[in-house]
Write a protein that binds this ligand. Structure first.
Ligand code: ATP
Length: 246
């Protein structure tokens, strides 16, 4: 059986007595693209906040592979290999795509006062892999600030991979994208599948069909269902709670 990359076990949090996430559990195997579905207010954003350490869980556990990351500080969770991609990109707009990716892929070597950005062979390999996965080989010398919205989002994903993220949380990755950009994003996510594990909040079922290995459905803070795209689309409970009115 494939190793679990992300294990959520009985996770919960309340806001002023209201259970936004309630004893929620799921396991995402290494290399899967898991889509998280749920109506507005189902608790998807809060669940992502709990996983990445932005909000403290009042019950339950989160494991990244076999490491317990529950309620660690956000930077420690990121350092352990779990990244969350936000809509607002963190690219250096005045630097080139190559410089952005080099910085992401390369640890600082040397001692204080004599730091330099020289890639080791391993870091160079990672750079090459990220360039291939993101498909930016032809854009390496472009200034990041001149990229289109879609290209900027893809570079941002490249930066997360370059920094060593093994599990990546994405919230509506195609927001604001054209149809062509959406299709390119689906292709990029499929290239990431296998080497990276993704948990994606997404409403657009056409896009979900393009990317999902499996779907988990949340309703009123709780786990409702899990299955393949076809299973979820045919699930009567899901249709009643979400798809029917979504
Ligand atoms: P959407 O698809 O609209 O983004 P969601 O599934 O992401 O919805 P959440 O944003 O996680 O849902 O919200 C879940 C519930 O928790 C909602 O009822 C929301 O009002 C409530 N909630 C979220 N954060 C807080 C907070 N900081 N304080 C109080 N209530 C909150």
């Amino acid at each position: 059986m494939t190793e679990a990359a992300l294990t959520i076990d009985g996770l919960g949090v309340s806001f002023a007595g209201f259970k936004a996430v309630d004893t929620f559990s799921m396991v995402v195997p290494q290399g899967d693209v898991r889509v998280l579905l749920g109506a507005n207010g189902a608790g998807k954003t809060t669940l992502m906040d709990l996983i990445c350490g932005k909000t403290r869980a009042s019950e339950g556990k989160v494991f990244l592979f076999d490491q317990d990351i529950t309620n660690l500080q956000e930077y420690r969770i990121a350092r352990a290999g779990l990244a969350r991609k936000f809509q607002i990109p963190s690219v250096f707009r005045e630097l080139t795509v190559r410089e952005n990716l080099t910085i992401a892929c390369t640890a600082m070597h040397g001692v204080m006062g004599n730091m330099r950005l020289t890639s080791t062979a391993q870091e160079q390999d990672r750079f090459d892999q990220v360039v291939e996965t993101v498909g930016v080989g032809a854009s390496l010398d472009r200034i990041a600030g001149a990229l289109s919205h879609g290209e900027t989002q893809w570079l941002e994903l490249g930066l997360l991979m370059g920094q060593g993220a093994r599990v990546i949380l994405l919230d509506e990755p195609t927001a604001g994208m054209t149809h062509a950009e959406t299709m390119k994003t689906a292709a990029l996510i499929r290239r990431m599948q296998g080497t990276h594990t993704l948990l994606v909040v997404e409403h657009d079922m056409a896009f979900v069909r393009e990317i999902a290995t499996r779907i988990t459905v949340m309703h009123l803070g709780r786990f409702l269902a899990e299955g393949t795209v076809a299973q979820i689309e045919q699930n009567q409970q899901v249709r009643d709670a979400y798809l029917g009115n979504g």
